[in-house]
Design a binder for this molecule. Structure first.
Ligand SMILES: Cc1cc2nc3c(=O)[nH]c(=O)nc-3n(C[C@H](O)[C@H](O)[C@H](O)COP(=O)(O)O)c2cc1C
Ligand code: SF4
Length: 523
């Protein structure tokens, strides 16, 4: 069904848009409005500039940038993490992320939001972040973000020759665990999808990258779209899918263009016969990174997670068996096939493989570093040029992982070791905090994020995120010595009663800060 161009250009729910879309599509207006109003980018079309309020951007002065933009009369608001924590503070101008926006940049824009540009961004090129390590020896890297894209399709042809069973055996031998957050063994999902009686199956790429502190998938898409498309084609061929859906967050305007051109190149060369790629833009909702919420959004509904089981491998997109993977997981596949599962496994330090670590906050060179899985914070910080100031605390895996104290700096940043510390590796969005940071402030930022991004489906998550944020604010305002007395209770209820990981992880910034830095909540 064609939506009139005028409506497409509105860019969101301006008055009359829901009705016009309803007329053009035959979908009831209430449903159109209901879906549109779920997504930040559609729900507030008048907001043209969105200043990231993620922790790393806050440390770099995002609040001042937002205040200056508002004072200048620009249509600006705060927003959740823009996957640009390495270049803070980031601002979204319509759908384009501007890195390291300064107060001078805001002043230069005057009263015209269209003129806001970052003096840190090259005028003729899209900005890319720092990646490393800058090694001559790509033998130690599975993704090698500094390498050149390779559109030969060699790994796909190899997969075809090996056959599905052998491909899955190679992935099992590699020990590859999902890089999207849960660390689930990849081969188990592949076997699960392949074993279904239903023969219509799908592969979905999760490029919704929204966990605060995480920006690695952006770099993979920008620098090595070849690995992503070839990995997807291998996955589709192996699990018996002909259609692949790529779900990119709506703020990824530049990566979108890169992937679109890469798909055109693969098609022109006829690299992946029997595999069709479809791109889908998210519209601003962190929860759509959760795989079942993503599937709901792909199907045209509000991005609310589904109850599991059934798992997507059994009943996913349009009720069919679906393999959902993170960008980094998928991009590892060509190297695993090319060099062998054992080679990949041996790249890791305490667990299998190399890993893209994102590091931001108080380090000298924030960026994305491919290192052995299981390096320590000290080793990661060394790759990133060292700490800025004296280390106080860190978030090892984005907002969902809470905080660990400096004493944990030599703990392996791996799935297992961090789980043992009551935290998680998640998507390896490591945020480093020095001793200028007040932990109640840092926790408050993260709590606000979860409250804003809860989909509202489960009462413990919907009410609990707000309750915790309000309790902490009351404590910060000096009101009520007992304000945080029931935080642990609320956290327990959220953990028990939430459908998805958001509600389960949301209390962690507060409960871990309380555990490791109790003195900061005393006075
Ligand atoms: C609240 C929430 C947000 C998530 N966000 C992302 C995300 O942005 N990207 C991602 O790949 N996985 C995300 N996940 C994990 C996905 O649900 C899923 O586990 C993953 O896409 C599977 O791919 P993998 O096996 O390659 O890790 C999120 C999970 C939760 C609970
Ligand atoms: S836990 Fe929160 S985000 Fe997840 S489904 Fe429930 S309400 Fe939605």
């Amino acid at each position: 069904m064609e939506i009139p161009e005028r409506i497409q250009e509105a860019g969101g729910l301006e008055p009359g848009v829901a009705r016009a879309v309803a007329r053009a599509t035959g979908v009831p207006e209430a449903e159109v409005y209901g879906v549109g109003s779920f997504f930040h980018l559609l729900a507030e079309p008048d907001v043209k500039l969105r200043v990231c309020t993620g922790l790393s951007c806050q440390l770099a002065g995002a609040a001042h940038v937002l205040a200056a933009a508002r004072d200048a009369g620009l249509p600006a608001a705060g927003c959740s993490c823009l996957a640009a924590c390495d270049v803070p503070p980031a601002v979204l101008r319509e759908r384009r992320v501007l890195p390291a926006v300064s107060l001078a940049d805001v002043r230069r824009a005057g009263s015209d939001w269209r003129r806001l540009a970052s003096s840190a961004e090259p005028a003729d090129d899209a900005w890319k972040g720092v990646v490393g390590p800058d090694r001559d020896d790509p033998e130690t890297l599975a993704l090698n973000l500094l390498g050149r894209p390779d559109f030969s399709g060699a790994a796909f042809r190899q997969a075809r020759e090996m056959g599905a069973e052998a491909v899955i055996a190679a992935i099992e031998a590699s020990g590859l665990q999902g890089r999207g957050g849960a660390g689930f063994p990849a081969h188990v999902k592949w076997k699960g999808v392949r074993s279904q009686a239903e023969t219509t199956r799908y592969v979905v790429l999760n490029a919704d990258e929204g966990e605060p502190g995480t920006f690695k998938d952006r770099e993979v898409l920008l620098r090595r779209p070849d690995l992503v498309l070839e990995g997807l084609a291998i996955a589709a061929r192996t699990v018996g899918a002909a259609e692949v859906y790529l779900y990119l967050r709506g703020e990824f305007e530049v990566p979108w263009g890169v992937v679109e051109r890469a798909i055109a190149e693969c098609e022109e060369r006829g690299l992946f016969p029997g595999v069709a790629f479809h791109m889908h833009a998210g519209q601003g909702a962190y929860i759509c990174g959760e795989e079942t919420a993503l599937i709901e959004a792909l199907e045209g509904r509000r991005g609310m997670p589904r109850l599991r089981p059934p798992f997507p491998a059994q009943k996913g997109l349009w009720g069919k068996p679906t393999l959902v993977h993170n960008v980094e997981t998928i991009a590892c596949l060509p190297a695993i096939l090319g060099r062998g599962g054992e080679w990949f496994r041996a790249l890791g330090k305490t667990e299998a493989g190399s890993k893209l670590y994102c590091v931001s906050g108080h380090v000298k060179r924030p960026g994305t570093y491919e290192l052995p899985l299981g390096v320590t914070l000290d080793e990661l910080a060394e790759a990133a040029g060292g700490y800025e100031g004296t280390l106080k605390a860190f978030s090892p895996g984005g907002a969902s992982s809470g905080f660990l104290p400096a004493a944990e700096r030599r703990r392996p940043l791996s799935f297992k070791a961090l789980a043992e510390a009551g935290s998680m590796l998640g998507s390896a969005g490591v945020v480093v905090l020095n001793d200028t940071v007040a932990m109640p402030e840092a926790a408050a930022h993260q709590l606000r994020f979860f409250e804003d991004e809860s989909c509202g489906q489960c009462a413990p998550c919907r009410i609990g995120t707000r309750y915790l944020r309000e309790s902490l604010e009351r404590r910060q305002a000096g009101d009520g010595r007992d304000a945080l007395r029931r935080a642990a209770d609320a956290a327990w209820q959220m953990n028990e009663g939430s459908i998805c990981g958001l509600g389960q992880a949301a209390p962690l910034p507060l409960t871990t800060a309380l555990r490791h830095f109790p003195e900061e909540f005393e006075s």
